[in-house]
Design a protein around this ligand. Structure first.
Ligand code: SAH
Length: 221
């Protein structure tokens, strides 16, 4: 019996295309690319959209939030210049995907979200993937995590008008923070802040679009 050739890409082909897309968008650090190769994105996306896990696009998750576009995850991770001894704080757990990538590169990752449901779902994925160096917390992340401060690296994955003061205060001297700034629904820019002994140095990366950093806890928390 003749069968039609199956021209759907295999998982390996999809993964190669995924890595190629990341490279072509400027994610060139091989350590970051290996971490992204090692973490399957589909468990972080529930329902029908999980089929599109290897496409370089943001996708909807629970609580009206979004899992970021992989190339943006890659560029932000690369800009953090993480070393294996680092303690990293992420604000905006969302699906947990960014935290999982960070966990492959850093010693310890703390991640905070204002939605309890997102934190619980992300914890379940971390456990299933045996990512034991991530602590996920339900809180308003604008205040950081004073009890674990200072941090070597801080990443914010929701947009604020300005870098929140408590987060700048919780960054070590020599530390790096990457975050989108700008008003929600208009142009936002990714910025990188380096804290030196003399103060803060800012540099602007590309324009992006993130959900806003909101005050207080989500209704489900
Ligand atoms: N990093 C995520 C994507 C984050 S989407 C991923 O990899 O999937 C932005 C997240 O920021 C949302 O889940 C939203 O609930 C959260 N958020 C917004 N304001 C917040 C705040 N003040 N504190 C903590 N989390 C916040």
């Amino acid at each position: 019996m003749n069968e039609l050739p199956d021209d759907r890409p295999t998982d390996a082909e999809r993964k190669m295309q995924f890595l190629y897309a990341l490279r072509s968008k400027g994610v060139t650090d091989n350590i970051v690319l290996s971490a992204m190769e090692a973490v399957d994105r589909s468990p972080f996306i529930r329902g029908i959209f999980s089929e599109r896990a290897y496409e370089d696009m943001p996708l909807p998750i629970a609580c009206g939030q979004t899992i970021s576009q992989p190339s943006v995850v890659g560029l932000m991770t690369q800009a953090l210049e993480i070393s294996p001894r680092d303690k990293v704080l992420e604000i905006g757990t969302g699906s947990g995907y960014q935290a999982a990538i960070l966990s492959k590169l850093a010693r310890r990752v703390y991640t905070i979200d204002r939605h309890r449901r997102l934190v619980h779902e992300a914890r379940a994925v971390f456990e299933a993937m045996d990512l034991t160096n991530i602590t996920a917390i339900v809180a308003d992340g604008s205040y950081g995590l004073p009890e674990q401060a200072p941090f070597d690296r801080i990443i914010v994955t929701a947009a604020a008008e300005d870098p929140p003061g408590p987060l700048l205060a919780q960054l070590k001297v020599g530390g790096i923070m990457v975050l989108p700034v700008g008003q929600s629904d208009t142009v936002q820019h990714l910025i990188r802040v380096r804290k030196t002994a003399d103060g803060l140095e800012y540099d602007e990366m590309r324009s992006v679009r993130f959900v806003p950093l909101l005050e207080g806890l989500g209704k489900d928390a």
